[in-house]
Structures are given as structure tokens and as C-alpha cells.
Write a protein that binds this ligand. Sequence first.
Ligand code: UDX
Ligand code: UDX
Length: 460
Amino acid sequence: MKRNILCIGAGYVGGPTMAMIARQCPDRRVTVVDINEARIRAWNSDALPIYEPGLDEVVKTCRGRNLFFTTEIGRAIAEADIIFVSVNTPTKTFGAGAGAAADLQYWEKTARLIVEHATADKIVVEKSTLPVRTAAAMSRILHAGPSAVHFEVLSNPEFLAEGTAMADLARPDRVLIGGAETPSGQAAVAELVSLYAAWVPRERILTTNVWSSELSKLAANAFLAQRISSINALSALCEATEANVTEVARAIGMDARIGPRFLQAGVGFGGSCFKKDILNLVYLCETYGLTEVADYWRQVVHINDYQQKRFVAAMVRAMFNTVADKRIAVLGFAFKADTGDTRESPAIRIVRLLADEHARVVVSDPRALDNARRDLADLGDRVAFDADPYAAAIQADAVAVLTDWREYLSLDFGRIYRGMRHPSFLFDGRNFLDHRALFDLGFNVQAIGRTPLSHLDTET
Ligand code: UDX
Ligand code: UDX
């Protein structure tokens, strides 16, 4: 058995994944390294650097037993049998492919570090989402030097979603492992299968060739995002025709071939993966000259951008075509509930568009305020922050709910309404509040893909 497991990159993917392996495989020694010392310090403290329900408990149980966080990358590489690479692969912001291709510089630096410190054969596992055929490049870098050490590169993408990471890791729909169709490739695949088989039923562990595995990760995220853009595109049509997008989603979702999940219309998808991975897919298609295929997937991102612009335009229109100097309370800044993560959050774009209209925006969120402050730092005093949603809404003209936090369902909206300027508007960007009850309290309610509930119409 390959006992020593190492993960390079202690982020949203690496941290929880390794914590789960340590918990499920007490006979393996799991080490997690990162170039960011503050992050490693946080992993070794009581205040972990990321919030995931259930993560604290697993880390507390395993840390110091068979789970270790360290910055001693060289030594950790030398000691490891299996190395997971989970460093970030953001969208390139410079040079060829800027705005679309994956920036592979961290990933390549990591490959070079592995070569420098490895003294015995190792299995290297791509956990980061990477363009198809990256494993070949990685293998070339790993074998470029004079050393006789052999590296077997596997692809093992992670499908966890933030907020449910520990549950997703404990009971994954599937674990995907791609390896070379050579004896050493297949032996490495068998090693990784045996690691996961400690807790994942064997029939859920899928083995493929490397390229299928790499592409499946991009394809899965593209399909999920495409469902969201499809329902969001229809939400615009619902608003124009007085159909109700929630009813339409329910009706189509009951078709077993379509299924009910990922059909929630809203202000669009955020998160570190969907946009990045689709753009990466688009870039790959273009690289292979598949212009029509690239255009098809690019449209998924266009609709997502359009949805946010459309939401702000509808707000301005409802509020008598001006939000200048009006106070707007934004409730929810995280890209979805149960996470403090704000990467690519629709709220970033929406707050910026409102600030462009000279609104006075106050942002509230139960977990994401620190990130929100960083994301909007350049707006200066054009945006304020308040952890208390009631305080944020005082004297506001409108409340815009942008994250579907469960606690927002039990807010005392009567109290919020009484503290606001009237007429008061409520924009439900996640379509999850009780609109009729809010309307009865006095709010003019506008959601996505539904007919607005307005007291103003009835008066005119
Ligand atoms: C990242 C990618 O976003 C995702 O596409 C991929 O599937 C997995 O890796 P995530 O874990 O969310 O996902 O990224 P992030 O939280 O940014 O963590 C990456 C970590 O790698 C950071 O802590 C960073 O400090 C570390 N890192 C980066 C290194 O240790 N070495 C490097 O050279 C670069
Ligand atoms: C996603 C994938 O689900 C996961 O498998 C992959 O490993 C990483 O990317 P994540 O980004 O954590 O996970 O969140 P997810 O739950 O997929 O939600 C992404 C975004 O879509 C959120 O902004 C969410 O609010 C939005 N969404 C989701 C909708 O707008 N409607 C839906 O019906 C579902």
C-alpha cells in the first residue's frame, strides 16, 4: 500500500478532500502543503481558512494523527508516494488566451518542484481542473531532467460543491480516475482506486483514459452551468409573457429525462469554477478549430452576464428610472448559501452596476463580509457594509436579496419594511422568499421570471 499521501495546494479543494481521505483512511499519512504560510497557519489553528459545514470536526479529529499541514514542501515531496496537485488554475489575464485559457503557471511550477525533490517513483494526481491533454505536458516536465525517477500522472478531478463539500466527499455520485493505458498507468489507477475504495462503493469509482477524465470535469461543469443559463434565459421570456418560471421549472423538471435539479432561476451562477471552466472549454474548442462548438458554450456565459444586467435594469425601472442617491440594502454577497466564498459572485457585478447608477449600496452577509470588503475595496465610500440585515435596510428604498441564505427566510420583514423609506421595494434575486406575504406587508415585490407584485400599479 502507498502510505504517504501529499497534497500541494491547501485551498477549497485540497483542504477538505485531504481531510476526508485522512478520516476514511486512518492507516495513511496525509500531508497538505501550500506556499501561503498564513493559510497553513490557519489550517493548524482553530479558525480554519475556509468554512464548510462539518469540516472543523474532521480536521480536529485527524490533525496531528494522520493529517498534517506544513510549508515544508521539499521534504513532503521527498516522502510522498502519491502526490495530489490542487493548486489554482485561474483564467489567464495576460498574453495569448487572456480571459479564456487556464493560467498554468502555478501548476507548472509545482511540477518542477516535484522533479526537484523526488528521489523515488511517484504517482502524481491532477486534482486541479485542467485543459484536456495537460497530463501529457505534466508528464513531459516531470521526465525532462536527468533523474531516473518515474512519475505516473493520473487525472482525478474533484466534483465537490462548496457548502456541501464534506457530504459530497463522503458520498460522491462518482469518483473519476483517468490513467494511461499502459501497465504502469493501470497499476497507478489501481492504487488510487484502492485509496477511495476505503469508503466509496466500487461501482461508483469510474476509470477511464486520462483525456476522458480531464474533459469530463469541464463537461460536467459546462452542463450544470448550461442548465442554469437555460432556465435564466426562459425567465426573461416568462417576465414578458406572465408565465411563472418556478412553475415552468417544476413542470419540466418532473420529466424524468430532464430532472428537477439545477433549474433554479436567479441572478446567475457564480463560484470559482463554472465561468472559468466554460471559458477554458471554449478556448480548447477554438484551439482545435471548432468555432461553432466554442460559440455554443460561450453563450452560456453570455446569458449569465445578461441576467445580472437585466436584474439591475429591472430594479432601476421599477424604482422610477433612477436609483441615484437611493439607499439599497443588498442581502447576501456569497456566490451561494453556506459559504463565505465570493469568487465570481453575481453580487459583485450587481453592486458595481448599482454603484455606477449612483445608488448608495449597503452590503450585508452572514459569512462573506470580509471577502465583500476586499472585492469592492475600489468603490471606497460608495458602498457600506453591515453584518446586521436590519441595520442595512434602515431608511433604504429597496432590499435586493442576492444569496439564498436560509436565515433570510426567517427575517422579520415587517420590521424591515417599517424601517424603510416608502414606497419600499424588494427584489428577490434568488426567487426563494414568500412573495405574497412580502407584498401583503407593503413591499413592491419583484422576483425573477415572475410578474411583479406592485401596490403602485393598483393606485394608478
Ligand atoms: C483550485 C482551482 O480553482 C480549481 O480549478 C481546481 O480544480 C482546484 O484548485 P481551489 O482549491 O478552490 O481550487 O483553489 P484555491 O482555494 O485558490 O487553492 C489553491 C491553493 O494552492 C492556494 O492556497 C495557493 O496558495 C496554493 N498554491 C498555489 C500553492 O501551494 N502553490 C502554487 O504554486 C500556487
Ligand atoms: C460547482 C459544481 O457543482 C461542482 O461539481 C464543481 O466541482 C465545482 O463547481 P460550486 O461552484 O461549489 O460547485 O456550486 P454550485 O452549487 O454548483 O452552484 C454554482 C452557482 O450556480 C451558484 O452561484 C448557485 O447559486 C448557482 N445555481 C445553482 C443557480 O443559480 N441555480 C441552480 O439551480 C443551481
